[in-house]
Design a protein around this ligand. Structure first.
Ligand SMILES: Nc1nc2c(ncn2[C@@H]2O[C@H](COP(=O)(O)OP(=O)(O)OP(=O)(O)O)[C@@H](O)[C@H]2O)c(=O)[nH]1
Length: 650
């Protein structure tokens, strides 16, 4: 052991009055800051090697103890710290007494024979209370096993170094100590007991624990975080390899959690996450590991599974518990969870692979309607890979103008004139051919490209409007743009730029109709009412697409200020021969008219359909009967465009 640097050299020469404050470096296996009354003008320095034998003994130590360095070098410090003897040994005993560390000795049977003031400070017991008692009286019950092992090593002449453990104080609290225990020999070298130097390391252990908690525990839910989850999953997999048991990894993602934050605030969102964590934990066994990966994502490890079905059963239980309303203040909040799970060893061997596969299965749950659990299977991975490629292709397609717009006229059933056009997005994928617009939009939404794509569509559509205006020399027919709820929930600046662009091109805002699909509107109704209101005030118009496929009530439609509803084309199929469908459409048209809404029927393909629609008072039609979508649409002016029959050149 190296000697400490001289820590006390700057101190003034000790006087009789402050002699007690003289600092002495006594190098023992753990540091001892000893303050000892001496009347020598020097620092005592003692070096001890790993065996506890004296390596260095300076002149001050010689003067203090009356022992020459040559005599003590190589001897065990413990033996020099024996019962207080005359002269120097008494001084050494004083060093021991004044140490902040516990310096104690015991017999080979573990009975305490000496107990310094440091030990009293750390453990709370006085020397009188401890001497003659077994050392184990300060051991917590779960540490009793340590003593026979320590004593056996001491008896063999071994030293136990820097042994970190826990002891119990007199007041019952626990204290963390680092102890070095050395054999104590008599003058003949026979081992007669053990000396122990123990330092209170509770503060250090607590600081380490704080650092560990920060690195491993999620502060909001107190669950293990991603890092600890991975570590513990790794351990469980190692155990499962040995025991040939199954392990399931569940990936749980809350559905539409963002809306809770958006509508009730972040604090309510936090409270929901805490409650969700509690419910997940309550739905699994004690041995299962629940972790929060981040955001609204949780993972569960189910070790020791006998059957694969057990994972599905627990996932179902989790779904049910998350489906229960959350009480966050006045109103109950309803959410759900999408779950995916993967099993070790059949679905993956490593932590990463299992987590990734559970995540893929969770994604499939989301895609198939949420609030369900799915087991990973190989095809999901293939689909995911294709999706990643397709998203990259879509990025390129937007950047390189591989997309194009088609325009389909929407016709007044009364006179066949074009009322406006719907803008339809087209993508001829170089390898896959034409991509269905729904796939394209879903992909863009998933990849976070919807705003970018929306901007691209808007820019092209505005160019087209300007071209038609220039060709017609008049105000062109309106364009209906499909706008997703992601766009409607974007920053106000998003549409602000659109309005600026229209103004730059000298186009009126009311030339644009925002077609919003009813299901997405219904899902975000409350948040979107003020947005649609602002847009209408800026002059834009609103139409509700796919009416009948969501759950929007007529009252909500009115609040949204929609001017038009479009009946979903699925209704049209039955209108010619199904009296109930006909009655439904008729009622819908009548109600819409009463609310001041115009009705568009989409997917009109036959003259009979057109006749029936006209007969029930439907205002507008769109479909191949009138015109297929085309690259250029028709240049018509609004509102009294020429009859379609005269203008069609698509
Ligand atoms: N309150 C709260 N919100 C968080 C915290 N961490 C992340 N979030 C939010 O959680 C939301 C997670 O959103 P997503 O999972 O993408 O969206 P979602 O609404 O759940 O939609 P789906 O998962 O598609 O059903 C984001 O809006 C984050 O801002 C948190 O510690 N507290």
């Amino acid at each position: 052991m190296a000697l400490h640097p001289d820590r006390t050299s700057p101190n003034p020469r000790p006087s009789a009055a402050n002699a007690n404050a003289t600092a002495i470096d006594a190098n023992v296996p753990v540091d001892v800051d000893a303050h000892v009354p001496v009347d020598v003008d020097a620092h005592v320095q003692i070096g001890v090697d790993a065996e506890g034998r004296v390596t260095h003994w300076n002149a001050a130590a010689e003067r203090l103890t009356g022992r020459l360095a040559a005599d003590v070098r190589g001897r065990s410090l413990a033996s020099l710290l024996g019962p207080a003897g005359p002269g120097g040994q008494a001084q050494l005993a004083a060093i021991v007494e004044s140490s902040d560390d516990a310096i104690v000795s015991k017999t080979l049977d573990g009975i305490v024979t000496s107990w310094n003031r440091g030990a009293q400070r750390i453990f709370g017991y006085t020397a009188e209370e401890m001497i003659g008692q077994p050392m184990t009286s300060i051991f917590p019950a779960d540490r009793y096993d340590e003593e026979p092992q320590i004593l056996a090593r001491i008896a063999r002449g071994e030293k136990v170094e820097h042994f970190e453990t826990v002891r119990r104080r007199k007041d019952g609290s626990l204290v963390h100590v680092s102890a070095t225990i050395s054999p104590m020999r008599d003058e003949t070298g026979r081992i007669v007991g053990a000396s122990k130097i123990a330092r209170d390391i509770t503060e250090r252990i607590q600081a380490e624990r704080t650092i560990w908690l920060q690195a491993n525990v999620d502060t909001l839910t107190q669950l293990p975080n991603r890092r600890q989850f991975q570590e513990r999953l790794k351990q469980e997999l190692a155990r499962a390899r040995r025991s040939h048991k199954r392990v399931a990894v569940l990936f749980v993602d809350l559905d539409r959690f963002k809306e809770v934050n958006d509508t009730l605030g972040h604090q309510a969102g936090d409270a929901l996450l805490q409650e969700a964590a509690r419910r997940i934990q309550a739905s699994v066994r004690e041995i299962d590991i629940v972790a929060r990966l981040g955001g609204d994502e949780f993972t569960v490890v189910l070790p020791d599974l006998d059957a694969a079905d057990a994972a599905a059963e627990i996932a179902r239980r989790l779904n049910a518990s998350l489906f229960e309303p959350f009480e966050l203040g006045d109103v109950p909040v309803h959410i759900s969870g999408s779950i995916g799970f993967a099993l070790f060893p059949e679905d993956g061997e490593s932590t990463d692979e299992l987590l990734q596969h559970a995540d893929l299965a969770m994604y499939a749950s989301k895609q198939h309607g949420r609030n369900q659990a799915r087991h990973y299977h190989q095809a999901l991975e293939t689909a995911a890979r294709q999706r990643v490629t397709l998203i990259a292709d879509l990025r390129r397609a937007i950047a390189q103008d591989e997309l194009w717009l088609a325009y389909q006229p929407i016709v007044r059933l009364s006179d066949g004139g074009v009322d406006h056009h719907e803008v339809l997005l087209r993508w001829d994928h170089p390898e896959r051919g034409p991509m269905p617009p729904e796939t394209l939009v879903a992909l863009a939404e998933e990849a976070g490209l919807m705003l970018l794509l929306g901007d691209w569509i808007f820019d092209q559509a505005v160019d087209q409007l300007a071209r038609w205006r220039d060709e017609a020399g008049d105000r062109p027919a309106r364009l209906a743009l499909n706008v997703s709820s992601i766009q409607l929930r974007a920053e106000p600046a998003y549409f602000g730029r659109w309005l600026d662009r229209l103004a730059e091109r000298g186009l009126e805002p009311d030339l644009l109709v925002f077609d919003v699909a009813e299901p997405s509107l219904a899902a975000h109704a409350e948040a979107l009412v003020p947005v649609l209101d602002r847009l209408r005030q800026a002059g834009l118009r609103v139409a509700i697409d796919d009416f009948g496929s969501g759950r929007t009530s007529m009252v909500q439609l009115q609040r949204m200020g929609a001017e038009t509803i479009k009946i979903d084309h699925s209704f049209l199929r039955g209108i010619e021969h199904d009296a109930q469908v006909l009655a439904l459409c008729e009622g819908l048209v009548e109600l819409a008219h009463k609310l001041g809404l115009r009705v568009i029927a989409e997917g009109v393909e036959t003259a009979t359909q057109r006749a029936v629609l006209e007969a029930i008072g439907c205002d507008l039609g769109q479909g191949h009967l009138f015109a297929a979508p085309s690259r250029n649409g028709q240049c018509v002016s609004h509102p009294d465009g020429p009859a379609l029959s005269r203008t069609l050149h698509a």
